[in-house]
Design a protein around this ligand. Structure first.
Ligand SMILES: C[S@@+](CC[C@H](N)C(=O)[O-])C[C@H]1O[C@@H](n2cnc3c(N)ncnc32)[C@H](O)[C@@H]1O
Length: 286
């Protein structure tokens, strides 16, 4: 991420997914008069990012909001575009390890999964009130789970679904384990993506890049699942076709063996980078 963003010390950067502040801190360290805007839709993560990046606080502006409201994050920069943007998609280690947030298969927690706890339907509402057709389509399309129908039938029979552990057990009994993955992994991912409108949010981010990042500025996006990588690839290609960006990563960038050994969670990461070439100054919205 850092190699591709190529920080210039006097410029302003936007990290759309501050998480625990890892990338924010790394960028902040390289700044002199510049700033980094640390954005996340999860208020609790943002508080942790603040703590973790305390030593560079004079160079960091924090902003709480989803991708669809990133235009508001530019207010601290006098409404001006930034010189580079980072997005590291998915959930953070914090969200996964806090059982009460309901993201994890490994521990029993409430069926929540909302990144912004103040907004939208929880996983419990989707799992307990969707029709069989809606639920099966959602698990198939957002999780690429080929056993979606069988899983959905078992989930509907077991309603009311009460906790993450309950859902994991029902799925475990309904379908066999394939390889190393827990049989409920893809279903959990699909529900999380539905709860947080992740497809629409990513689309909003991709479409707003020309209004957020100045000409010559880079946008680096890291994804962890093929569906998301495909969406980023197509969004970048569209911007290139419209003459608004130049693709800097002709081929997707993946971690080498050394990086995977040092950080096993990076195994499925895919990185893409573009450089903006347009100067238009449309208002930010949608
Ligand atoms: C993989 S973590 C980022 C970790 C971060 N790069 C770090 O160094 O700690 C992804 C973060 O993105 C946030 N996020 C995901 N989708 C978002 C969206 N649509 N708008 C804003 N934040 C989002 C999540 O809340 C989560 O904290």
């Amino acid at each position: 991420m850092l190699e591709h963003i190529a920080v210039r010390p006097e410029k302003v950067y936007l990290d759309c997914t501050a998480g625990l502040g890892g990338h924010v801190g790394q960028v902040a360290q390289q700044l002199t008069t510049g700033h980094v805007i640390a954005n996340d839709r999860d208020a609790e993560s943002l508080e942790l990012a603040k703590e973790n990046t305390r030593q560079w606080a004079d160079r960091i502006w924090y902003h709480h909001g989803p991708f669809s409201r990133l235009g508001e994050a530019l207010a601290v920069n006098g409404g001006r575009k930034v010189s580079g943007l980072l997005a590291d998609l998915g959930v953070s280690r914090y969200q996964l390890t806090e059982a009460e947030r309901g993201f994890s298969l490994q521990s029993d927690g409430p069926l929540d999964m909302r990144m912004d706890r103040g907004v939208g339907q929880s996983a419990a509402e989707i799992l307990n009130y969707s029709s069989e057709r809606e639920l099966a389509d959602l698990i198939y399309q957002l999780g690429e789970e080929r056993r979606a129908r069988r899983i959905t039938r078992a989930l509907i029979r077991a309603r009311p679904l009460r906790s993450t552990g309950h859902v994991a057990r029902v799925i475990e009994e309904a379908v066999p384990r394939m390889g190393k993955l827990h049989p409920a992994t893809l279903t959990f991912m699909a529900i999380r993506r539905a709860v947080n409108d992740e497809v629409e949010e990513l689309e909003s981010l991709l479409r707003s890049l020309p209004r957020l990042v100045e000409s010559g500025g880079r946008c680096v996006i890291l994804t962890f699942m093929s569906l998301e990588d495909r969406q980023v690839k197509q969004g970048f290609q569209r911007l290139a076709k419209e003459g608004k960006a130049r693709i800097l990563t002709k081929h997707v960038v993946t971690p080498d063996d050394e990086e995977i050994r040092a950080n096993p969670l990076s195994r499925s990461a895919k990185l893409r980078c573009i450089e903006m070439v347009s100067e238009e100054a449309e208002p930010v919205g949608d």
